[in-house]
Write a protein that binds this ligand. Structure first.
Ligand code: FAD
Length: 379
């Protein structure tokens, strides 16, 4: 096997930074260049919709601890991959050669309109801008009742804003299942947040959220959209890298010889053969370790899909961590705490042979992430 001397990581965020750190942990002593298009040093996004937006967490707390001896390049975009010549072409016209490449370009906010003024929340700059705008607004309309939209609504409600969330479907039901999503919506209603559904969809019109038939669903001083994300793969077009709703990887995060990928940008086939992404913080970290091992020719300790995926969300006084198959369906077993107290450890065991993962959830309940993951493993 060729000994790698220079590894280039494209994407200077959670996955890219964690992969670089794992490469050093695995004793890679060559050059690691991390290239990111944002002007900031790598930072963590989860606090952006929570403590940073709410002003309860210092902005500086988001920055990730440094990995050893890295060459970090910020404010430059990778515009093309020439995999044949093993070069990444950059937005300043220069290019950089590699003998190992990590693709970690993540995702960006999907937008509801072509309007450049549409307010979304993906980056630190977005969060700081939204926080400023929120200060001067009495009310907020949020398009999209997924995790991000509901977290923004929750934070705005704690700031005393009048909040309306509009979604095509019942918020969170598709991911958290009936019981937990119901708990979130009840907690939202208790803080005064209004939720409206519009099966035909929603568009922004004159600063209002409007349904397909023109019904005004929400009118507020400030409108923010949280309608999903899109993988940043444009720079890989015509490179030979296989794209299917993201960068396709094998269970070892391998994309092609000498190329691995990790984080929100990757796409995996589900049981039905359809490719999907699972864009969550913990996944980015797990994949980073697998990708680093694979790139160095080591056998990764775990493979994608061998342990139950896990993520968390915080909204309306609920800290929910959930591992395994989503959405859980049916009645859970209450392993600890109580649902009435909104502090509970729940499991939905896998049913039937070859059923794959079950689900385990901790709602305001202290349990380590590895233990929660184990509760969701097939028995
Ligand atoms: C507001 C918010 C709150 C969240 N809260 C939670 C939570 O509570 N729990 C949870 O599990 N997950 C949460 N997430 C998701 C989590 O943050 C992501 O899973 C994680 O950031 C993924 O990291 P990543 O490095 O793969 O991608 P990203 O964080 O998207 O980073 C990719 C980086 O690559 C850069 N880039 C893109 N294209 C190029 C290019 N061509 N050249 C150079 N650089 C490029 C991007 O600008 C970006 O800096 C949240 C996300 C957001 C936005």
């Amino acid at each position: 096997m060729t000994r790698l001397r220079r590894i280039v990581v494209v994407g200077a965020s959670q996955a890219g930074w964690a992969t670089a750190a794992a490469l050093r942990r695995f004793s890679f002593d060559g050059v690691i260049t991390v290239i990111g298009d944002e002007p900031h040093a790598p930072y963590s996004r989860p606090p952006l919709s929570k403590g940073v937006l709410g002003g309860t967490e210092p902005d500086s707390s988001v920055f990730l601890a440094g990995a050893d001896d890295l060459d970090l390049v910020t404010g430059l975009t990778a515009v093309r991959l020439d995999a044949g010549r093993k070069r990444v072409v950059l937005s300043d016209g220069d290019s950089i050669g590699y003998d190992g490449l990590v693709i970690a370009t993540g995702a960006r906010a999907r937008r509801l309109s072509p309007d450049a003024d549409e307010i979304t929340l993906r980056t630190l700059d977005d969060a700081l801008r939204l926080r400023d705008r929120l200060r001067n607004a009495d009310d907020l309309a949020v398009a999209g009742g997924g995790f991000l939209g509901m977290e923004i609504a929750s934070t705005a409600a704690t700031l005393g804003k009048s909040v309306t969330v509009v979604d095509q479907v019942t918020p969170l039901a598709g991911r958290l299942g009936a019981l937990l999503s119901d708990m979130c919506r009840t907690a939202a209603a208790e803080t005064g947040v209004k939720i409206r559904t519009s099966p035909a969809g929603v568009r922004i019109e004159d600063g209002r959220l409007v349904s397909a038939d023109g019904t005004v669903l929400a009118e507020a001083g400030l409108v923010v959209t949280a309608v999903g994300d899109l993988p940043n793969t444009e720079w890989l077009r015509d490179s030979g890298v296989v794209l299917a709703g993201g960068v396709v990887v094998d269970p070892c995060c391998r994309v092609a010889p000498h190329i691995v990928a990790a984080g929100d940008v990757i796409s995996l086939p589900g049981a039905d053969g359809r490719f999907t992404r699972s864009p969550h913080w913990w996944n980015a970290l797990t994949q980073a370790t697998i990708a680093a091992a694979t790139l160095l020719g080591r056998e990764p300790d775990a493979r994608l899909g061998s342990t139950a995926p896990i993520f968390w969300t915080e909204m309306f006084g609920l800290r929910i961590r959930i591992a395994g198959k989503l959405p859980p369906s049916g009645e859970p077993i209450v392993v600890g705490g109580s649902l009435e107290d909104r502090s509970a450890l729940l499991t939905w065991p896998a049913s039937g042979r070859n059923a794959g993962f079950g689900t385990a959830a901790a709602v305001n309940f202290p349990i380590s992430a590895p233990k929660l993951t184990r509760l969701a493993q097939p028995r």
